[in-house]
Design a protein around this ligand. Structure first.
Ligand code: SF4
Length: 416
């Protein structure tokens, strides 16, 4: 029996991996320590989205090694650039997520099944439905860590969802590297089938679908939009990262989709749903991106006006094909990133401003800063409600609010 300390960085998929690791450790009779200094083993679940993150990961690994002595490193950076830890003088076991419990337990196997008990983060249940993707993007090193899509059967995921709901989840987050290709390895894409089944589970909860690449969604866009239209439990929210408005750049990125396919998805959802949130991502300053390509991305953003936009300045990832391309100068990347970020603020700010004065139902999902609570409306827009204690509101409650004001990234609501 060991005391462990686990730290997780990056996306919700990574947090889901950490929960699975913890579940297996606890099933094996191990328990969390109060901090790294009290632990027998420290586990660092890493992320490697940008260069700065890598430096932070290496620094944190050194600190944890000093504090705990026995260190296990996993996650995307560990698996794609495992050698970086040894190069930095960190003496750690570097393993795949699946190998962490064994590594942390010095070769002892967990004694019970890993899926015995659902684990919640407050009222949020995180459900990774599959690992991996069907793409091979030229700039990505995550792929090396995760490999091809590996989809458990629908029934298995439904049972995990049911367990989370029975344990008190009010918001289920369906995660994965690319949820749109769930089931591909089994011969057909089944995200819509899975969502329909999950929505059939008895209980008062909502479901948020995590990142789905446009190519994967394109082939099932009609079925998927129908499932959204027919199921109140689904937040009307789709995260489909387009990454560029130029087909040439998408080709160089090996993104599989073209701009037209992304637009087909958006138009299908526009046709079926009265109100929904499109979340999309753009990479700015890809090595082959010309001024015209950048303008094409800006035009696409102006045309589709997504409610949520992530703008990432391109950075080279070691060992990827895109890292071998001659890069753009830092000034060019900075200017393009600034221009797109300004446009993003304008587009998103407009959406939020248009909500002021509306009344809508929200679900409280997390405590906010001070005495506020973070809520989500039916299209997964963030609504902050202040003075939660005074109104007797806590995470898990559903209630009507009037939208009173907005910031760029969220709005404020008052219970009515
Ligand atoms: S879809 Fe592309 S960026 Fe995402 S994990 Fe797969 S290869 Fe990487």
């Amino acid at each position: 029996m060991a005391r462990y300390h686990i730290e997780t960085y990056g996306c919700t998929a990574n947090r889901g991996e950490s929960r699975a690791i913890e579940r297996r450790l606890r099933d094996g009779g191990h328990y969390p320590a109060d901090g790294p200094a009290d632990a027998d083993v420290a586990i660092l679940n890493t992320c490697t989205v940008v260069e700065k993150t890598e430096q932070n990961m290496l620094r944190r690994a050194e600190e944890l090694q000093d504090e705990t002595g026995d260190l296990v490193v996993t996650g995307c950076m560990a698996l794609a650039q495992g050698g970086a830890f040894a190069d930095a003088g960190v003496d750690a076991q570097v393993v795949h997520w699946d190998g962490v419990p064994e590594a942390a337990m010095n070769g002892e196997c967990p004694t019970t099944t890993p899926d015995a008990e659902p684990i919640l983060d407050g009222v949020i249940g995180i459900l990774p439905i599959a690992r991996g993707c069907m793409s091979d993007c030229s700039y990505c090193i995550t792929k090396r860590a995760t490999g091809k899509i590996d989809s458990p059967p629908v029934e298995e995921n439904v049972e995990k969802a049911r367990a989370l709901v029975h344990a008190g989840a009010k918001e289920l987050r369906i995660t994965g590297q690319d949820t749109g290709v769930y089931g591909w390895d089994d011969g057909e894409r089944k995200l819509h089938v899975l969502l329909d089944r999950i929505c059939d589970i008895d209980g008062d909860f909502r479901v948020r679908v995590g990142m789905a690449n446009p190519k994967g969604v394109h082939g099932i866009r009609e079925e998927l939009a129908d499932v959204f239209a027919e199921n109140e439990k689904l937040y009307n929210f789709l995260h489909a990262p387009v990454q560029s408005g130029s087909n040439d750049v998408l080709g160089d990125m090996r993104r599989q989709h073209q701009v037209g396919e992304f637009l087909d998805v958006v138009e299908t959802f526009d046709d079926r749903l009265d109100e929904w949130t499109l979340s999309t991502d753009f990479i700015v300053g890809f090595p082959t991106e010309t001024d015209d390509d950048h303008e094409a991305s800006m035009d696409l953003l102006r045309r589709i006006r997504p409610e949520k936009i992530n703008v990432t300045r391109f950075s080279k990832r070691p060992g990827t094909d895109a890292a071998d391309l001659k890069g753009l100068g830092g000034t060019v990347k900075k200017e393009r990133s600034k221009a797109m970020s300004e446009l993003k603020r304008e587009v998103v700010g407009e959406v939020h401003e248009s909500m002021v004065g509306d009344e809508r139902e929200v679900l409280a999902v997390r405590p906010g800063t001070g005495d506020s609570v973070k809520c989500r409306d039916g299209a997964y827009r963030q609504v902050i409600v202040r003075n939660a204690d005074e109104h007797g509101i806590e995470p898990g409650d559903r209630f009507e609010v009037s939208i009173t004001a907005h910031e760029t990234m969220y709005v404020f609501g008052r219970p009515v």
